[in-house]
Write a protein that binds this ligand. Structure first.
Ligand code: ADP
Ligand code: ADP
Length: 232
């Protein structure tokens, strides 16, 4: 399984240390929410888990492997099993929804176009957007674009789904819908690790199995939601 474990992880950018000795685990099959105020290092941690930044000290273990001591091909294999929902959905305006969602498949597989379209249609169906496959992003609402971003994040059947502020910029109804979608992803892909960066407490209460609270680059809490509620 694809449990993620952070061992005394320190990291950041070049000489700037942002994360200072983080310990915690983000188990497979669960929704783990990384919580913390603005600027505390949540996105930086996400970049480390994605392999975009190297740890300065400590390690990230994914499925028991030290992510940063793997050779290039093993590293890529793990990277390909990660899907990301970016904060703004990150759809390309010149492509239709179907083309956007199918992009990882077109780039990383040799599947024929018709097969890709079938997979895309299925994934768009999971986020309630199947009938919008030929629309362009600017023809959709912000909430729909975010859902499309989620469809793209899961199009390669990732083992690790990383979501950066999935409810930010959404009104309460769309935010609640996003929470429901993340819960349905957990049901649909029971072995997937879902990691959500958030500062939305409402959303946290709805979706989190596990919470990693970051304060000033350190892990202030890592454990289940009940434990967090009892700790303050
Ligand atoms: P959060 O996601 O919790 O809001 P970030 O991880 O984005 O926090 O930022 C943590 C700190 O890292 C901030 O002080 C920010 O200024 C700094 N930071 C972010 N990106 C870079 C970068 N590319 N180079 C140097 N410092 C950065
Ligand atoms: P590299 O170019 O370093 O060999 P890959 O070919 O594995 O790495 O991936 C290229 C880019 O595509 C990476 O930035 C990766 O984040 C992105 N990517 C791969 N799979 C997916 C996916 N399922 N969803 C979103 N982005 C992906």
């Amino acid at each position: 399984t694809w449990d993620i474990e952070l061992h005394n992880l320190s990291g950041g950018y070049n000489q700037t240390r942002i994360l200072k000795g983080i310990n915690g685990s983000l188990p497979a099959g669960k929704i783990s929410v990384i919580l913390g105020g603005s600027g505390c290092g949540k996105s930086t941690l996400l970049r480390h888990i994605l392999g975009l930044n190297r740890p300065m000290e400590g390690s990230i273990r994914i499925g028991g492997h030290d992510f940063f001591t793997l050779d290039k091909s093993q590293f890529r294999k793990i990277r390909r099993r990660m899907g990301v929902l970016f904060q703004d959905g990150a759809l390309l305006g010149s492509l239709t929804l179907g083309e956007n969602v199918g992009l990882p498949l077109a780039e990383h597989t040799k599947l024929p176009k018709e097969t890709i379209r079938k997979i895309v249609l299925h994934k768009l169906g999971l986020v309630g957007l199947a009938e919008y496959i030929d629309y362009y992003p600017n023809e959709l609402s912000g909430g729909m674009r975010k859902r499309a971003g989620l469809a793209r994040a899961i199009v390669m059947d990732p083992q690790i789904l990383l979501c950066d502020e999935p409810t930010s910029g959404l009104d309460p109804i769309n935010a609640a819908e996003m929470d429901q979608l993340l819960l349905s992803m957990k049901k649909h892909f029971p072995s997937m690790s879902i990691i959500v960066v958030s500062h939305d407490l409402e959303s946290l209460n709805h979706i989190a199995d596990n919470v990693l609270v970051i304060n000033k680059g350190q892990a202030a809490y890592c454990g289940d939601l009940e434990g967090l509620q009892n700790s303050d």
